[in-house]
Design a protein around this ligand. Structure first.
Ligand code: NAD
Length: 365
């Protein structure tokens, strides 16, 4: 992927696969839900959400009038198999002919897991910046082990982005979820299977989020910042869908799975250190990040953005103990996967130490 923006190098060979989802974006687009369900021929959708968003889901159901859909409000983080089983049973009971996921990655994740077991399509209404609604990636937790995979059946058919629905997303959650989206873009920029189109989307998304997130923090009730963030989240989700993620996502997956850490906050903390680790091997990606952030150094710029957004300072603040990092480094370095810089156990352990302490990332050695 190096040299994509360098005219003397030309364009590297690539494969681009676009996802078929229909996207409806804009303030108030929730009012088009009835029309969109009709287009999908969904008459009895089951609405999925977390317990915290049960009232919102019921309001959405009520607004659909006569054909009031049922609500299953038990989605939780990391999609436990037991919850999937209960939701599938509810869908069968209510003779559901489609799934509406209202919420963040947890609600969407539940819909995705169900779509692997039932022949039902998904309409997603995202209310965070996680971007799961644009991907065919699913996750499941069973007995403390998180499994992820790709399956075209789980990709939502329609996504309704209404920035007004994100106004209630608390500022800290907005920040960590938005930085999660930035993380997808950073790794998309240096992905082994990246391409110029994805790089355009990723750079645009980082710019939109880096501008929108501080606006959201300053005034969580103002729409323009929310619009920019949701637009960035959409692009970030598309980028995540078409390329493979690397060291950063592997580290967060291991940290989340083995230490049960909050997903978005873990991403927000680890990102600058993963970028610093890969910087020497991904100069074009770092240049795109610098341009998007208006920063002199990509990793330092990402760290400054996180600090400005009030992200917890380091893994230490999430309750991680330094003694747990050796095993995380072992796991992250144990299986090979594409990463711009070779996976070096000692350097990864050092990266984790820096992420634990939370100071500005040191340039890679
Ligand atoms: P989440 O869905 O777990 O939501 C966090 C909390 O915020 C929940 O209590 C939820 O009810 C609440 N909430 C959501 N939107 C709100 C709003 N607008 N106002 C008030 N409260 C709101 O968080 P998330 O960060 O969106 O998703 C995290 C999960 O998504 C993780 O399990 C992660 O693995 C997964 N994920 C998957 C993909 C993928 O492509 N498969 C991509 C990104 C994240």
């Amino acid at each position: 992927m190096q040299g994509r923006r360098n005219p003397s190098v030309g364009i590297a060979a690539f494969i681009y696969r676009s996802a078929p989802a229909r996207v409806v974006f804009g303030e108030g687009s929730l009012r088009h839900l009835g029309r969109e369900l009709e287009m999908l021929r969904m008459k009895r959708p089951l609405i999925l959400c977390t317990p915290e968003q049960a009232d919102d889901a019921r309001a959405v159901a009520a607004a659909l009038g006569e054909a009031q859909p049922s609500v299953f409000a038990e989605a939780v983080m990391h999609v436990p198999v037991a919850v999937v089983g209960a939701a599938v049973a509810r869908a069968r009971e209510s003779d559901a002919d489609g799934l509406v996921a209202l919420g963040g990655g947890s609600a969407t994740g539940l819909a995705k897991a169900m779509a692997r077991e039932l022949p039902l399509r998904i309409l997603a209404i995202p209310t965070t910046y996680a971007g799961s609604e644009m991907t065919s990636i699913y996750g499941l937790t069973d007995g403390g082990e998180k499994r992820t995979g790709r399956d075209d059946r789980v990709l939502p058919a329609t996504v309704l982005y209404d920035p007004a629905l994100t106004l209630s997303l608390p500022a800290p959650l907005s920040a960590s979820s938005g930085l999660n989206a930035v993380a997808h873009c950073v790794e998309a920029l240096y992905a082994a299977d990246g391409n110029p189109v994805v790089s355009l989307m990723a750079e645009e998304a980082i710019g939109a989020l880096a501008r929108g997130l501080p606006e959201v923090l300053r005034d969580p009730g103002a729409l323009p910042g929310r619009e920019r963030c949701l637009y960035g989240a959409w692009l970030a989700g598309m980028a995540l869908n078409v390329v493979s993620m690397a060291l950063h996502h592997k580290l967060c997956h291991v940290l989340g799975g083995s230490l049960n850490l909050p997903h978005a906050q873990t991403h927000a903390i680890v990102l600058p250190y993963a970028a610093a680790y890969n910087a020497p091997a991904a100069p074009e990606a770092m240049a795109a990040i610098r341009r998007a952030l208006g920063a002199q150094d990509a990793a330092a710029g990402l760290h400054a953005l996180g600090r400005a957004l009030g992200v917890p300072k380091g893994l230490r603040e999430l309750g991680v103990r330094a003694s747990q990092l050796d095993r995380v480094a072992d796991l992250a370095a144990s299986q090979p996967y594409p990463n711009p810089r070779p996976l070096e156990r000692t350097a990864i352990r050092e990266l984790l130490q820096q992420a634990y302490e939370g100071d500005a990332p040191l340039p890679a050695q």
